[in-house]
Design a binder for this molecule. Sequence first.
Ligand code: URA
Length: 244
Amino acid sequence: MQGKEETDKGKTMRLDKYLASSRAGSRKEVRDLIKHGSVSVNGNICRDPSTHIRSEDAVLCRGLPVVYKEHVYYMLNKPAGCVSATTDEKERTVLDLFPEDLQKGLFIVGRLDKDSVGLLIICDDGELAHALTSPASHVDKKYCIRTDEPLDEEDVTAFASGITLSDGTRLKSAVLDIFEDDKCAALVTIREGKYHQIKRMIASRGKKVVYLKRLSIGGLVLDRELDEGSFRELTDEEVRVLRM
Ligand code: URA
């Protein structure tokens, strides 16, 4: 990636930038911490924000080790009632679920409708976001849905053949897997991410989606332990799986 200041061997980064990038605080907050003697480098208090840090340096802030990460990635279990936007004049956004000090620089990777729930990736890595959401990317996304009327084998065949939406958009083949014991519930796997896609696919079959939850994006699966409205950082392994 061009222009990035890494802390790879041989490269350095200013202490204030290093701390802010590691989310120890805003640039101003970390400068104050540095000036007040709350930051040490290799065991010595360092009061100069312009000090250059190498990857092998041990940086402590308020006595705790600072682990440098170029990017931050979260999985959110989106609740119903908030919009997939970073700001909105009227509505509560998914970013409002994050503490203010974590919100800076974050954006949302692929939207869910206001009434949809489930897996949403929120990060500050534009490259990964593009790789997952560009029209050329064919990442599988899996959803659990409920419909107002029972689904049937004709719906399964229509999904597999590629649905044509009411505006003429022709969609790629998708998988509709109806639950054995509840014909109003199904797993849907799609490879595109068009506006209200699943609702419009089901509407094209004369039925209505009454519940929609995203379960996975590529190899990343929503953590079952994560309550609606909660988020957690992705593990290194989960980020690696997303990049595949
Ligand atoms: N398809 C929809 O119709 N809505 C979503 O939120 C996601 C996929």
